[in-house]
Design a protein around this ligand. Structure first.
Ligand SMILES: Cc1cc2nc3c(=O)[nH]c(=O)nc-3n(C[C@H](O)[C@H](O)[C@H](O)COP(=O)(O)OP(=O)(O)OC[C@H]3O[C@@H](n4cnc5c(N)ncnc54)[C@H](O)[C@@H]3O)c2cc1C
Length: 413
């Protein structure tokens, strides 16, 4: 039986980043996943590293939007009616935390993590020879109505005032100069220039995982549900043991935490993607969010990736890509998309907590057990900084930022 200092369960962007940072600090680390690294939620996201994301995504509280959502036809948010009874308590807490006062206080904590997102990815990507996957171009929100433009601009001004988040206002001509092939009827846009994007999120995780093995770390295929306390896991190469364990299984983390007796208020917001060819000589340089219709298109290695908003459903319920079908014709008017490239839509599950912040830190009832999951819409964004923070906590080093807001104990478990 092989013995390690730490076993990291889950090789998405969070787990791989934790594993690299621990290995770099001289720990012997085993990274375990049921699949090759980067094939869970981290495979198919929109690739944004959201330096502007100081306010995590809240639930709208105005009656008009809620009624629109209730009709279940909105392109940005849909739900499976049969999932609502189980999601009810989660949604209630999420709604309460979305109150402007609470949301502002959450942002004060959350921004302490977000502020490191680009710098930490740049540092890791440099070490992993993957810096070419990061694009320092920012990303753009585009508008079709004065009302939406004014609302989004006021929001951007507030984030700048409160957190120094820089943005650039693009009028019609400015937008056209940045993206000549977008719909000419758009009124303009906002560019968050300090945010970055990734041209292939799966390749980024793979590059970090390769760097981890170059540092001497070991990757194992194995099922985390075989975890035994104090600590051992069955892998395809046999039983491995360790002094400590980090759970970083994104939306699947609950499989282990619930077995260990932690009753966490977790849920998922599912999302879909599809790749398209660009028509003739059309090209896209930035990720573009069509705010009024709740989808994003972005240039990726494989083609133009369209990602959808949130679907409230059970994690393992069948795929229902109705949001994708609803926005595809709209996206075709936004940008000259050609044929679909994928044979079927990809689906992933954003792992969510009701206060919109991840759980990062030690477990409360087990020694040498650590949690690093629940990054919701910002798991790619926060992967690298989470990896560093967890490694510093595990090794007892000075901490890059205060982990207190992200502690498990904020939930009654
Ligand atoms: C459509 C969409 C768009 C998004 N866009 C963005 C974006 O632009 N920017 C951003 O920051 N975030 C974005 N996100 C969110 C982001 O993708 C997630 O927050 C992030 O990928 C979560 O990473 P993770 O490592 O926690 O989980 P995952 O990447 O899901 O990793 C968990 C790992 O656990 C493994 N696992 C599961 N069960 C077991 C088991 N029994 N044994 C062993 N291993 C197991 C899985 O195989 C997987 O590799 C988006 C999400 C979606 C769905």
């Amino acid at each position: 039986m092989s013995k390690f200092d730490t076993i990291v369960l889950g090789a998405g962007i969070v787990g791989v980043s934790v594993a690299v940072h621990l290995q770099k600090r001289g720990r012997s680390v085993a990274l375990v996943d049921i699949k090759q690294p980067g094939n869970g939620t981290s495979f198919g996201n929109a690739g944004l590293i959201q330096r502007e994301g100081v306010y995590p995504y809240a639930l709208p509280r105005d009656l008009g939007t809620l009624l629109r959502y209730a009709r279940n036809k909105s392109p940005d948010v849909r739900y499976h009616p049969d999932a609502l009874w189980k999601l009810g308590p989660f949604l209630w807490k999420y709604w309460r935390n979305s109150h402007p006062h609470r949301h502002a206080s959450i942002a004060r904590a959350y921004s302490t993590l977000i502020e490191h997102c680009v710098a930490e990815h740049r540092a890791l990507a440099n070490d992993a020879d993957a810096i070419n996957l990061l694009r320092p171009t920012g990303w753009i929100k585009v508008f079709r109505s004065d009302a939406k433009r004014d609302k989004e601009t006021a929001l951007a001004e507030r984030w700048y005032r409160e957190y120094g988040v820089k943005f650039e206002v693009l009028d019609k001509a400015g937008l056209r100069q940045k993206e000549p092939h977008l719909d000419t009827s758009l009124l303009g846009g906002l560019r968050y220039m300090e945010s970055e994007s990734v041209s292939d999120p799966n390749a980024l995780v793979m590059a970090y995982a390769k760097y981890f093995t170059r540092l001497g770390g070991r990757f194992f295929l194995g099922n985390a549900t075989t975890l035994k306390e104090n600590w051992a896991v069955e892998t395809e190469s046999g039983l491995i043991a360790s002094n400590s364990v980090v759970i970083s299984m994104g939306p699947w983390s609950e499989q282990i935490t619930s077995r260990l007796g932690y009753n966490l208020p977790l849920a998922v917001q599912r999302g879909y993607h599809m790749h398209y060819a660009a028509q003739s000589n059309a090209s896209l340089k930035h990720p573009i969010l069509d705010v009024e219709n709740g989808y994003l298109i972005t240039p990726m290695t494989r083609g133009i990736r369209l990602t959808t908003g949130a679907e409230l459903a059970h994690r393992d319920a069948r795929k229902t890509p109705t949001q994708l079908s609803a926005v595809e014709p709209i996206a075709r008017r936004l940008f000259p998309l050609g044929n679909r490239i994928d044979s079927e839509p990809w689906m992933g599950s954003r792992p969510c907590t009701p206060d919109m912040m991840p759980i990062i830190g030690p477990a409360t009832r087990h020694k040498n057990l650590w949690f690093a999951f629940g990054h919701a819409h910002h798991g790619l964004t926060l992967g690298a900084i989470t990896g560093r923070l967890v490694a510093e906590m595990v090794t007892g080093e000075p901490l890059v930022t205060d982990p207190y807001p992200f502690r498990l104990e904020r939930f009654k478990v």
